[in-house]
Design a protein around this ligand. Structure first.
Ligand code: FMN
Length: 164
């Protein structure tokens, strides 16, 4: 199957997760395109789509929200899996799905919405991001578990195999 993996990421942590998903789907025999949300012009050539975005101050990245606004109709017409990366450290309320993620998931009728812990390196942040990070009480560090991402992607591969 042709599968689109499109991930919005400011600092690369979420992008790595998209690459893991794409690799697992390729190993399962699918033809996978990894395309940044801003560069996705059409999705009708794909039989399945995986979308991912980091969450910043409770919202998905603008590029992902724009993609979903542009392509909601097409996305709803095919299986879509959605993941978001956010929680860093022991943050109060971590793991609760932000309303924005729920809205995006509903706009594309996502089959599954999955949260993965994120990564935050203070040195990579600009001044306004540092201020916002203090506001959301995020901790510095790499809390990602790429094996967990791999497992989730293997589940998608399993569902795609069944649908053929
Ligand atoms: C300015 C800023 C705001 C953030 N706000 C949230 C938030 O509201 N909720 C959350 O779970 N994580 C939040 N995070 C953590 C990021 O989502 C996490 O670091 C993510 O892995 C970053 O992905 P990226 O490297 O792909 O940009 C924030 C990070 C930054 C830099």
């Amino acid at each position: 199957m042709r599968v689109l993996v499109s991930v919005a990421s400011r600092h690369g942590g979420t992008l790595d997760m998209g690459t893991v998903v794409a690799d697992v789907l390729r190993e399962a025999g699918h033809e996978v395109d990894e395309v940044s949300p801003d560069d996705v012009e059409r999705v009708d050539e794909y039989e399945a789509v995986v979308l991912g975005s980091a969450v910043y101050v409770g919202r998905m990245a603008l590029g992902m929200r724009d993609l979903v606004d542009r392509q909601a109709g097409q996305l709803r017409g095919r299986p879509v899996w959605l993941f978001w990366s956010g929680p860093v450290g022991d943050v109060p309320g971590a793991g609760q799905t932000p309303d924005d993620v729920t809205a995006v998931a509903s706009a594309v009728s996502a089959r599954d919405v999955r949260m993965f812990a994120g990564r935050l390196e203070r040195d990579e942040l600009n001044i306004s991001e540092r201020a916002l990070v203090a506001l959301v009480h995020a901790e510095q560090g790499d809390f990602r578990d790429l094996d967990e991402v791999r497992e989730w992607a293997a589940g998608i591969a399993g569902e795609l195999a069944q649908s053929h």
